[in-house]
Write a protein that binds this ligand. Structure first.
Ligand code: HEC
Ligand code: HEC
Ligand code: HEC
Ligand code: HEC
Ligand code: HEC
Length: 335
């Protein structure tokens, strides 16, 4: 089930290592936006949208899009690698001549998704901005300006590729907004919180657990999910753990599998492979077996989704954890 992608492994977590200071940075390689107005003009335009579309604005204010450049995990990452490249997606209104703060405050804003609308609003009456409208804004292509991109120093290797995953999934006909912007009862607009709640994560798959001759098997089936599980940032992963217990419930053996993308060190010739064994990349069912020396003992298991901060992070307080399943299988008699 592992998918192998070529990659040069000079990057620690995929980002370019020699991060120059933002003020000096010029390498805005992946800035997804077309022509840029000044930060101030863009912040003002956004304030105008908020003024007329109050309910949408309230939802967006509480979203991770809005907090894309101010949330703690991003800020720690950006401290390590302060590249203009990052800001091109996390605070696109940023203009290198001005302080980051104003742009960071609006993060991924109205005008980053509703392109072209700001000029219409500035030029004419409000009613005039019905077109170009958001008709295709919910399509993978539009979300893909930020949700599908390569490593900055490895243009042929995908760092996030949610759009490609989506195209291969059994929900390819449902656009991103179909799951991430549900229509809301009693409100005329689609949900702008873009919330990926714990409940949504739990509904993305179901698991069946059974004994095998060697230990325990997990069969994970895709639920309502339109891409790999997990998708997005490289440090999202599924942790599968099992332990055998003795008669007094003490742990005898412990096994762990992490399903994620991993970036090993470069081999000879400077090239290495990126290994990707997340779920539902090619198939809507994933099977994992954990084997033990003495599989007949009681087996305790746990499956969790984790948002970590690095590949090696073994569960610091910064790691978000959503438990998907846990339980135990009683011991069996030896024949
Ligand atoms: C002066 C008030 C006003 C301002 C400023 C304003 N809008 Fe609107 N907008 C409206 C009205 C009124 C409508 C039509 C009714 C509706 O759909 O809410 C509308 C409709 C829309 C629609 C739906 C278009 C469609 O085809 O159904 C979008 C998207 C939108 N606005 C985005 C924006 C964005 C982005 C900004 C800021 C750049 C903005 N608006 C600024 C009043 C405003
Ligand atoms: C201008 C860039 C940009 C565009 C366009 C964009 N996003 Fe995002 N999106 C981001 C960034 C950056 C984050 C991460 C925010 C953070 O740091 O937590 C994000 C986060 C998300 C999340 C995670 C929210 C959560 O609570 O875990 C979802 C879902 C999402 N985006 C869906 C979409 C969809 C659907 C579209 C298209 C309609 C879209 N995005 C368009 C940049 C963008
Ligand atoms: C059929 C429903 C469905 C569709 C279609 C869908 N998603 Fe998701 N998405 C989910 C579920 C369920 C999760 C939670 C599990 C996970 O994080 O992988 C999720 C999670 C995410 C996350 C959050 C990852 C995180 O780290 O918190 C992002 C970003 C995202 N989706 C973007 C997209 C984009 C972009 C598209 C379109 C290309 C899309 N999704 C299409 C169901 C869907
Ligand atoms: C991450 C991308 C994204 C951001 C940020 C965003 N929107 Fe939207 N918006 C969309 C998409 C996609 C649709 C289309 C939903 C559909 O019609 O399927 C939409 C629809 C709308 C509509 C039409 C009514 C509806 O919801 O169907 C309005 C009005 C609107 N947005 C205003 C705003 C305003 C104001 C902001 C900022 C406060 C904003 N949007 C921020 C992506 C975004
Ligand atoms: C081409 C667009 C793009 C660029 C460039 C980019 N990111 Fe992101 N980043 C995203 C998107 C989209 C997400 C949301 C995926 C998800 O939630 O899993 C994200 C998520 C993250 C997260 C996780 C946030 C959270 O709430 O957990 C961190 C941290 C992060 N990015 C840091 C950075 C840093 C640091 C840089 C520059 C070295 C950078 N990103 C460059 C698009 C980008």
């Amino acid at each position: 089930m592992a998918l192998v992608l070529p990659i040069a492994a000079s990057a620690s977590c995929g980002h370019a290592r020699e991060g120059s200071r933002l003020a000096r940075a010029t390498a805005a390689t992946a800035a997804p936006l077309a022509e840029k107005a000044s930060t101030e003009a863009r912040v003002q335009a956004n304030t105008k949208c908020e003024g007329c579309h109050e309910e949408v604005a309230r939802e967006w204010r509480g979203s991770r899009h809005r907090a894309a450049a101010t949330n703690a995990r991003f800020m720690r990452g950006f401290d390590r690698e302060p590249l203009a490249w990052c800001v091109g997606c996390h605070a696109p209104a940023f203009d290198t001549e001005e302080p980051l703060r104003a742009a960071a405050d609006i993060g991924v804003s109205c005008i980053d998704c509703h392109r072209g609308v700001e000029t219409k609003v500035a030029a004419a009456q409000a009613a005039d901005h019905r077109t170009p409208g958001p008709a295709n804004a919910a399509s993978p292509v539009s979300c893909g300006t930020c949700h599908e991109f390569p490593f900055p120093n490895q243009p042929s290797v995908a760092m996030q590729w949610t759009v490609t995953e989506h195209r291969r999934s059994s929900f390819a006909q449902t656009d991103c907004g179909g799951c991430h912007m549900p229509p809301q009862e009693g409100r005329p607009h689609r949900d702008h919180r873009f919330e990926v709640s714990d409940a949504m994560i739990r509904q993305s798959s179901s698991v069946e657990v059974s004994r095998t001759a060697r230990g325990i098997s997990f069969e994970l089936r895709a639920g309502r999910i339109g891409h790999a599980f997990p998708t997005g940032d490289t440090f999202r992963r599924i942790r599968i753990e099992a332990q055998t217990l003795d008669a007094s419930a003490r742990v005898v053996e412990q096994r762990t599998r992490l399903l994620s993308r991993r970036m090993p060190k470069a081999g000879p010739g400077g090239r290495a492979q990126m290994e990707d064994d997340r779920l539902f990349l090619a198939d809507s069912v994933g099977r994992i077996e954990l084997a033990f020396e003495r599989p007949e003992r009681t087996i305790r298991y746990r499956i969790a989704y984790e948002r970590a901060e690095s590949e090696r992070d073994e569960g610091t307080p910064q790691t978000d954890v959503v438990e998907l399943a846990h339980g135990s299988l009683p011991k069996v008699r030896r024949p």
